[in-house]
Design a protein around this ligand. Structure first.
Ligand code: CA
Length: 236
């Protein structure tokens, strides 16, 4: 048995498939949780943020596509593999358009699903290794490689956590990002963190990257939504 700390959330309502998947994945060392419908899955994310989700389309209540869409609307970025019924080509297209990363057609062998999971988790690592070294906000340069902010009035050093927050906000530049999404991506829901943790870090970060933190130009608050990093994306 191999051990890893990676977490998988399976959203599926078919008892025999739940049993097989749980058994196989736990034997591979994954931490597995099950939700039998979409509402329970969305609720579960409040205390179990998975590294990857296996999501059935045909669920009681909300279908898998709607679950996927809600997750992506919240900027939660863990990979999602969708389980579709045989010959539902339309489902595959729909699934990939709404933010699923992969799909697998029922019936499938668990070994094949396992291979897809491993491939997808590796690809997530690739993303994590391909983060920008520098961001430019007007005259201010954020050198994320050396964790330094170069402003017209001096240099300020960034903490590792602040660099991670900036990476995530830059990935979704000019789009609203919720506190929950930051908690997921940057803090991984570590013990004793909550959305207040995010606010405190944003406030400190703002004092470093904004010339007028009380009237921020780049790292703005969207009331009732979260935060947004306003910047020109590469190539713009
Ligand atoms: Ca089902």
């Amino acid at each position: 048995m191999s051990f890893n700390s990676q977490k998988i959330l399976i959203v599926e309502d078919e008892p025999s498939l739940i049993f097989t998947l749980r058994d196989t994945l736990e034997n591979e060392g994954y931490t597995v949780q099950i939700s039998e419908n979409g509402n329970l899955a969305l609720e579960k994310l409040k205390d179990f943020m998975p590294d990857i989700m296996i999501l059935d389309v045909m669920l009681p209540g909300m279908n898998g596509f709607d679950v996927c869409k809600k997750i992506r609307d919240q900027k939660l970025t863990f990979p999602i593999i969708i389980l579709t019924a045989r010959d539902q080509e339309i489902d595959k297209v729909t699934g990939l358009n709404i933010g699923a990363d992969d799909y697998i057609t029922k019936p499938f062998g668990v070994k094949e699903l396992l291979a897809r999971i491993q491939a997808r988790l590796r690809r997530t690592d690739d993303y994590n290794n391909a983060k920008p070294d520098k961001l430019n906000l007007g005259d201010t340069e954020l050198d994320l490689n050396s964790a330094v902010v170069r402003r017209s009035d001096g240099d300020f050093s960034l903490t590792t956590r602040e660099v991670e927050v900036l990476w995530f906000l830059a990935r979704f530049a000019n789009e609203p990002v919720s506190r929950e999404a930051l908690l997921e991506s940057v803090w991984r829901y570590e013990h004793s963190t909550n959305t207040r943790t995010v606010d405190v870090h944003i406030s400190k970060l703002r004092s470093k990257i904004e010339l007028h933190p009380e009237d921020p130009k780049y790292l703005v608050t969207l009331h009732g939504v979260g935060y947004m990093l306003k910047m020109k994306k590469a190539g713009m």
